[in-house]
Every structure is written in structure tokens, then in C-alpha cells.
Design a protein around this ligand. Structure first.
Ligand code: TDO
Length: 185
């Protein structure tokens, strides 16, 4: 397992080892003990899996407010996507800054996003699957969204993205008031 820092020090790229043979490969996509040894002692409780049919589908930017905040470990099960985290921890030296990483079936990379960040992604291929672990359960009453094009993110998009109604109507980052304190939780 390889762990790399991103420009946002708490957002990590984790690449599990793939054991290749004549059949294909085998990989431990999540190993709690190894992650704990690496300093990430996270008790994930929910796995999410979604399919986006069209390249250029953008989901985000989403968060759940405390006490239902979620850390996430994100990977791509099929195709490729550009995954983004935006720091929304009040008082953080990197508040409002974003990092984007290409995750694909081919590269096997995973992005670890702590609590206190917006999360979103755009698909780079048709029939793209994303799979991610969450450290708390879905809580629709704590669910929030910030408009995808209001954070200065350089999305790898050709034209306008496919969006849900909720994401199209999300508030802009300027109007957003973060529910996260620095060093949340
Ligand atoms: C997120 C979520 C949604 N749902 C339901 C609600 C709704 O009927 C349907 C689709 O929900 P959404 O439109 O919110 O799905 P989506 O836009 O894919 O939302 C996801 O986006 C990415 C970027 C994230 O980071 C996730 O945490 C989540 O917010 O699925 C659940 O049952 N459990 C869940 O955990």
C-alpha cells in the first residue's frame, strides 16, 4: 500500500498493492489494521456504489454537517473519474482550497477525504462506477451541497456537465456558511 500526500495535507492518495497473475489481479481494497498502522484509524460504516452512464456527469459538491459528518475513501470501480475535495474547515490555512485526483479502474488509486471537506467528482468515461466507504451513515437532514462551479475548480470538462436537480440548484460557495470548525471533529 502506497500513501501519498496531496496539496491539502489531510487528503491522501492511497494505492493498494495489486498482485497480478495470469488471471488478472488481486487487491485488498481496504485493510483496517494496515490503515490504522498508517495513522488512519477510521471506522467506516457504510459503502456506497453509484453508476454514472455518461462521461461528463458531475456529482457534488456534497457534505454532511456534524454530528453526521463523513470521512470518505473513494475509488473507481469502472472507467475513470476526476475526484475533488474542498477544505471547508473554518480557520483552516487551506480553507476554500481544492485538490483533484484522477481515479480509475486502471490506476487503482483511492482518495481519502477527512471530515470537513466538500466532495464531488466528474466522470471521464461513460458507464463509470464509483465506490466509497463512509465513516457515518447517510443522514438526509444533514446533507448539504455547494454549487460545483463556485469554488474555482478546474474541472476536466468538455461543455456543460450532467447534473442532478439538487446539484444544479445548490448554493454558491460565497453564500455558503460552513458548519465545520478547524480540526473537526
Ligand atoms: C448519498 C445517499 C443517497 N441515497 C439516496 C437518496 C436519493 O434518493 C438517491 C440519490 O442521492 P443523491 O442524488 O444525493 O446521490 P449523489 O449525488 O450520488 O450523492 C453522493 O455524491 C457524492 C459526491 C458524495 O460524496 C456522496 O456522499 C453523496 O452525496 O440515493 C441513499 O439512500 N443513501 C445515501 O447515502
Amino acid at each position: 500500500m502506497e500513501i501519498e500526500q496531496t496539496d491539502l495535507p489531510d487528503v491522501l492518495i492511497i494505492t493498494p498493492q495489486r498482485h497480478g497473475d495470469s488471471r488478472g489481479f488481486f487487491s485488498e481494497s481496504w485493510n483496517r489494521g494496515r490503515m490504522r498502522e498508517a495513522g488512519l484509524d477510521i471506522d467506516f460504516v457504510q459503502d456506497n456504489h453509484s453508476l454514472s452512464a455518461k462521461k461528463g456527469t458531475l456529482r457534488g459538491l456534497h457534505y454532511q454537517s456534524p454530528p453526521d459528518a463523513q470521512a470518505k475513501l473513494v475509488r473507481c470501480g469502472r472507467g475513470a473519474l476526476f475526484d475533488v475535495a474542498v477544505d471547508i474547515r473554518k480557520g483552516s490555512p487551506t480553507y476554500g482550497e481544492w485538490v483533484g485526483v484522477e481515479l480509475s479502474f486502471e490506476n487503482g488509486r483511492q482518495l481519502f477525504i477527512p471530515e470537513g471537506f466538500l466532495h464531488g467528482f466528474v466522470t471521464l468515461t461513460d458507464d463509470c462506477e464509483i465506490i466509497y466507504k463512509c465513516s457515518d451513515y447517510y443522514a438526509p437532514e444533514s446533507d448539504g451541497a455547494v454549487r460545483w462551479d463556485s469554488c474555482g475548480i478546474d474541472w476536466p470538462l468538455e461543455g456543460t456537465p450532467v447534473l442532478s436537480d439538487k446539484d444544479a440548484e445548490a448554493i454558491s460557495f460565497d453564500a455558503f456558511q460552513t458548519p465545520f470548525q478547524e480540526n473537526a471533529p
